[in-house]
Design a protein around this ligand. Structure first.
Ligand SMILES: Nc1nc2c(ncn2[C@@H]2O[C@H](COP(=O)(O)OP(=O)(O)OP(=O)(O)O)[C@@H](O)[C@H]2O)c(=O)[nH]1
Ligand SMILES: [Mg+2]
Length: 250
């Protein structure tokens, strides 16, 4: 995949590839009735009922790490671009209808040389946030290649959302919002534009994923829908909750 920007190699403070907690490969079922007893999350004092694994993917430099840091810490990593090496993860527990949902968010390296590392993580992901940079046409053109990769390595029922990041950079924008909407519609994906810098739609993107329904219910409904409507619930959520966002039902 070609890129406009050449990411700098990683500095000493960069996140190292970290071993994942054991994954059971199954999608977490949101309980019907009272939530199961809360468990301590790995590596923190937060308690949770269910865990949900989300992967951030897209070209190097589109803002995956910044999006995660904005969501987790409410901060923006301005200045020096430190490209992720391999894969890193952070946890955040959200309350969804009284159920503590632990989002385990995997931040992958966009650089091609780490692709074989990240491939191994796709199959355990319950959801994918696929990013491009609205100021980088190449990152948008590469979305199709990312989708091919996702179809090859991820579970067939993975929840997927397309995000056009860096919308705060209005002067540098080269990918129009309509172009993002059109592409999303073509592939039947929910879509929104985000800014890790200002925080626009960042929480919404993650909470939409966290509100994703239990897989058994979704699969049942999905089997009655046309294949081109795989993410209708995410669409509905984004449409309902979003401000200045877009939702593309094919
Ligand atoms: N203006 C603006 N800059 C951003 C935004 N998000 C990220 N950046 C900048 O874009 C550069 C790359 O951001 P990263 O989050 O490190 O990119 P990445 O996708 O994680 O890159 P890799 O780790 O190499 O895959 C950094 O210099 C950030 O400061 C945004 O929303 N707006
Ligand atoms: Mg990164």
């Amino acid at each position: 995949m070609s890129r406009k920007k050449t990411p700098r190699s990683k500095g000493a403070s960069a996140p190292a590839a970290s071993a994942p907690p054991a994954a059971n490969g199954s999608r977490p079922a949101r309980p019907i009735g009272p939530p199961p007893p809360a468990r301590p999350s790995l590596g923190g004092g937060d308690f949770y009922n269910v865990a949900f694994k989300i992967m951030l993917v897209g070209d190097s430099g589109v803002g995956k790490t910044c999006l995660l840091v904005r969501f987790k810490d409410g901060a923006f990593l301005a200045g020096t671009f430190i490209s992720t090496v391999g894969i890193d993860f952070r946890n955040k527990v959200l309350d969804v209808d009284g159920v503590k949902v632990k989002l385990q968010i995997w931040d992958t390296a966009g650089q091609e040389r780490f692709r074989s590392v990240t491939h191994a993580y796709y199959r355990d992901a319950h959801a994918l946030l696929l990013l491009y940079d609205v100021t980088n046409k190449a990152s948008f053109d590469n979305i199709q290649a990312w989708l091919t990769e996702i179809h090859e390595y991820a579970q067939h029922n993975v929840a997927l959302m397309l995000l056009g990041n860096k919308v705060d950079s209005a002067q540098e924008r080269v990918v129009k919002r309509e172009d993002g909407e059109k592409l999303a519609k073509e592939y039947g994906l929910p879509f929104m534009e985000t800014s890790a810098k200002t925080g626009l739609n960042v929480d919404l993107a993650f909470t939409a994923i966290a509100n994703h329904p239990p897989p058994h219910r979704e699969l049942k409904q999905r089997s009655m829908k046309a294949p081109s409507e795989p993410h209708f619930r995410l669409h509905d959520y984004v449409k309902r909750e979003g401000q200045g966002t877009s939702c593309c039902r094919p």
